[in-house]
Ligand binder design. Structure first.
Ligand SMILES: NC(=O)c1ccc[n+]([C@@H]2O[C@H](COP(=O)([O-])OP(=O)(O)OC[C@H]3O[C@@H](n4cnc5c(N)ncnc54)[C@H](OP(=O)(O)O)[C@@H]3O)[C@@H](O)[C@H]2O)c1
Length: 306
């Protein structure tokens, strides 16, 4: 058995590749990738079946989208063969945004519209597949925000709307003002961060029928580098399961642990190294049995289930 390579996020919602590539770390290294190397990265992702790319306006201090956009133009494939997701509403203190005196959120209609226009320009595209509100904004006027999002969908600049790091009731509030469903909530979850199993996020997504996207699905790298007892116990549990099924790469097992959940989780991978990406994609062919799944949970939580 294996998992489908594509997933519809919601009824009548957009389809993504089951594993999405997150572009947050594109400019993290000392060698900044040029357009050719970004084009090669896009091609490598597509070769592995990953057609969906996750962005935010703020990534790389507001510079990742444009770096990716240059590579996207160089890649010169068909726009319709990929899905581009981006986000707005976090306002960083940055030399690139001198007006931001304090880090804050902005879900005003004016900011959302301006941010989308900038993202379209940076990414070199004329529509965004999914726009996410990046963080819940305590000053969000749900009616104003929903109207702005609906206008953007109507204009064709964005094709669908999602949120990120929202609680179920924050989603319900925004959804109550929107003329169409919210297609995803992008949240943090991994074998090292299991809160969504119990905080209601995954119950809500199943009740409403949207698939959550999962950020830092490998603990942001902590799974490999963490020296705490939790990380060590989880690595051991993943290796033990790996030995049982003949998979040496613990990242594939950690992602298979997410895929096994019935909420139809869509992991957003953070490594941009093709050899690592290739190991992770093997998760799609690994269906853990219940006891393997619970053994990993037990290692993470440091105790048996009650
Ligand atoms: N919505 C939100 O609020 C939010 C927040 C954070 C992130 N995100 C999205 O989620 C995406 C993924 O997040 P993430 O980057 O934290 O995901 P992740 O996949 O949990 O972590 C990626 C990190 O793990 C490291 N890693 C992967 N495999 C490794 C291995 N075998 N050995 C050692 N290190 C390894 C990577 O290093 P290398 O780069 O060296 O391979 C990278 O530093 C981001 O790109 C972004 O799109 C969204």
């Amino acid at each position: 058995m294996a998992y489908d390579r594509r997933i519809a996020l919601a009824k009548d919602g957009p389809s993504l590749s089951r594993l999405v590539l997150g572009i947050w770390r594109l400019l993290d290294g000392d060698d900044k990738p040029d357009a050719d190397s970004v084009a090669r990265l896009i091609a490598a992702a597509l070769d592995l079946g990953m057609t969906s790319f996750d962005h935010a306006d703020i990534y790389g201090n507001y510079e990742v989208e444009a770096a990716f956009g240059a590579g996207f133009r160089r890649w010169a494939g068909r726009r319709e063969s990929v899905e581009l997701i981006t986000k707005c509403d976090i306002m960083l203190k940055s030399a690139n945004r001198p007006a931001n005196r304090v880090k804050h959120y902005d879900t005003s209609a004016a900011h959302i519209a301006a941010s989308v226009d900038r993202s379209l320009l940076n990414l070199n595209i004329d529509y965004i597949d999914i726009l996410l509100l990046h963080r819940p904004d305590p000053l969000m006027d749900a009616g104003e925000t929903a109207e702005a999002l609906a206008r953007l969908v109507k204009s064709g600049k964005i094709r669908a709307v999602g949120v990120s790091n929202f609680t179920p009731s924050q989603i319900d509030l925004l959804a109550s003002r929107l003329p169409f469903p919210i297609v995803t909530n992008q949240i943090e979850m991994s074998v090292l961060h299991t809160d969504p199993l119990a905080d209601g996020s995954l119950d809500h997504s199943q009740r409403l029928g949207y698939a959550p996207m999962i950020w830092s699905p490998l603990g942001g790298g902590g799974l490999f580098t963490g020296s705490g007892s939790r990380e060590q116990a989880v690595r051991t549990a993943l290796s033990t399961v790996g030995d049982e099924i003949g998979e040496k790469d613990i990242s594939a097992i950690a992602l298979a642990w997410l895929l096994r959940h019935p909420a139809r989780l869509v992991p957003v991978l953070g490594s941009l190294k093709p050899d690592r990406m290739a190991g992770m994609v093997r998760a799609l062919d690994i269906v853990l049995d219940r006891q393997q799944w619970f053994a990993i949970l037990e290692a993470s939580e440091g105790r048996e289930v009650a």
